[in-house]
Every structure is written in C-alpha cells, then in structure tokens.
Design a protein around this ligand. Structure first.
Ligand code: Q9C
Ligand code: ZN
Length: 315
C-alpha cells in the first residue's frame, strides 16, 4: 500500500495547549507521526512516497481566502517557539499558530491530495499520513489541532471524478468536514463519535444534523456514549457501512482518527488494539477505492501498532 508522507510535519510542534487557561502538554505532537512511521516501516508496509505540491486553488474551494492568508502571514511572521492564540479565525484554544504551522499544514494538504490523485490514477488503497490533522477546520476557522481540512480538500478533489463518501471514525465529530458538504448531494458524510452533549466539539455531531437543501440525508451522525466497547462500536460501524453502500460512491475517504483507543490520553471510548484490525476489515469489505487520511490518536506508545493493525486489513 502506498503511504504518502513528508517530514515537514515536524515544523509544526506547539509547546503547549490552553485548557481552562492552563498550559498543558500539546497532545498533537510530532512524536505521533514518528511512532506511526517507525511501526509501519518495521512491518514492511509501504512503499513510502513523497507528496507532490498542488495549487492553492484546491484549498480555496474549502477555505476562505482571508483565513488562509491569515494563517500564512501570522505563521511566517511569528518568532520561533512563540504561540499565537488569535481572537478570530479560531473556534477554541487547541490550535495555536507557530512559525512552522503554515508550511506543515500545506504539506499535510499535499499529502492528502497526492493520495487522492493516486486513487484517480487507479490505486485501490492509499494511506496519507497527514499532520496536523484536519477534520475540525472549518471554512474560516482553525480548532481542535486542525488548521486546514485535509479530508474535505481531497473530497472536493475526488468529487470532480465521481461520488464521494467520507467515513469519519475519529473519536471527535468532524465539524469542519460536515459543514463543508452540508448542502451537497454528491458527497456523503458519515461520522461515528463521542456524543457531543458531553464531549468535544460540543456544538455539532448530533443525530438530527441530516444535511440541508439538496444535501438532506447525505449527512449522518452516530453519537456514541463514553466508554463505548468493541462490540457496541462494530454494530454501529456496520450501520455506517450500509449507509455508504446505499449511497453507492465511486470513492471512499476515511478520516482515520485512533483516539477511540481505550488508553488514549484524551480519549473516552474503550476500543482495544485488535478492534482496529476488525474496523479496517469491515471498511475494506466495501471494496471501494479508498483514501485513508490520518486524523487524531494520541497514545504515542500504541499509535504505531493501532495504525498498523488498521492498515494491514487493507493489504
Ligand atoms: N485537554 C482531533 O482529534 N480537546 N482533535 C482537548 C485536552 C480538543 C481533538 C482537551 C480535542 C481535539 C483531530
Ligand atoms: Zn479526535
């Protein structure tokens, strides 16, 4: 399986995040990608390929030009080790801008788009190791460790070639991806996540959010209780997979967050290591051209193994 990756992600490594005003360790660290690469490497997954660079016009189909400009200029003018928490273009305190943020975020988009291009060229499954992640980034705001929406940008790219389904299995609801396609009949968004009544991002991910206008019925949320177990999860995943089959897409994008793991430091579900092999197998059974995009997952010790278990089901 082709794995698209670049070390440029290391340029983005904020020193802390703000939680209730306190500085706490930044969960979305560069050690995450290192853990994944190391494990995939030692299990002989690959080949690893470098991203191509794509035109900014792809980004501007999903994000507001002023917002993109703001991330670029503030990132390029801030000094090393400084963190900027602006009072606009941001939805929470988990996505500070640092000197390397823009460069790394653009590389993550190129990684996702390179994967999408590989699918159009006939590849069956590609893994895009994006960092920073993207599914919380909205039209004109960053948040939840995300700056630009890698999954939405590549979905828009693939939508030029056919019908696209996005399956979001990150622990958190992908508010950015949902809002990007909320009115669209040609892109299905299905998400399984912790019930937003008591979990980030709090304001979206409820099951009455079904899409708008021509997109009604093309947005499907499955909020799940905290401490969801393997079997509870598989049951809902099967429903989500049926939704995707009914939509009959040409391409599938998986927003693959692994923060559903029982020992995730910011987690809330109880999935075990072996659950990810099964989740991968159930998704692989769809038999669709599939782009797997990395989102969350913060247990550094096990993240590589989780990712490896998931990906191995596609090989
Ligand atoms: N003290 C993704 O998984 N809340 N983003 C963190 C920790 C924000 C997660 C609270 C979680 C954002 C891509
Ligand atoms: Zn998450």
């Amino acid at each position: 399986m082709k794995i698209v990756y670049s070390i440029t992600h290391r340029m983005h490594n904020p020193l802390y995040e703000l939680y209730d005003g306190a500085k706490i360790e930044y969960a979305e660290s560069s050690a995450r990608a290192d853990s994944i690469i190391e494990t995939l490497n030692s299990n002989n997954l690959g080949p690893f390929i470098e991203p191509e660079s794509f035109d900014l016009s792809h980004v501007l189909k999903i994000h507001q030009a002023q917002y993109v400009d703001f991330v670029r200029t503030s990132s390029n003018t801030i000094s090393q080790n400084e963190l900027l928490f602006p009072s606009y273009y941001i939805s929470d305190t988990y996505a500070p801008i640092t000197a390397g943020t823009y460069v790394a975020s653009i590389a993550a988009i190129d990684i996702a788009l390179t994967g999408a291009q590989e699918l159009v060229n006939g590849e069956r499954v590609v893994y895009s190791l994006c960092r920073p992640p993207g599914h919380h980034a909205e039209h004109s705001s960053m948040g939840g460790y995300c700056y630009f929406n890698n999954a939405a940008i590549s979905a828009e790219y693939l939508a030029q070639h056919g019908r696209v389904a996005i399956l979001d299995i990150d622990l958190h609801h992908g508010n950015g991806t949902q809002s990007a396609f909320y009115g669209r009949p040609d892109v299905l968004y299905v998400s399984i996540h912790a019930d937003p009544t008591s979990f980030y991002p709090y304001r979206s991910g409820f099951n009455n959010e079904e899409g708008a206008g021509l997109g009604v019925g093309k947005n499907i949320n499955y909020p799940m209780p905290l401490r969801t177990t393997n079997n509870q999860y598989f049951k809902i995943l099967r429903k989500a997979i049926t939704d995707i089959q009914n939509f009959n897409p040409d391409y599938l994008i998986v927003s693959a967050g692994f923060d559903t793991f029982m020992y995730d430091p910011i987690g809330g579900f109880n999935l075990t290591l072996s659950a990810y092999t099964k989740i991968g197998a159930l998704i692989n059974d769809l038999g669709l051209p599939t782009l797997i995009i990395q989102e969350g997952g913060y247990n550094i010790e096990h993240l590589g193994e989780i990712t490896n278990n998931f990906l191995t089901s596609f090989t």
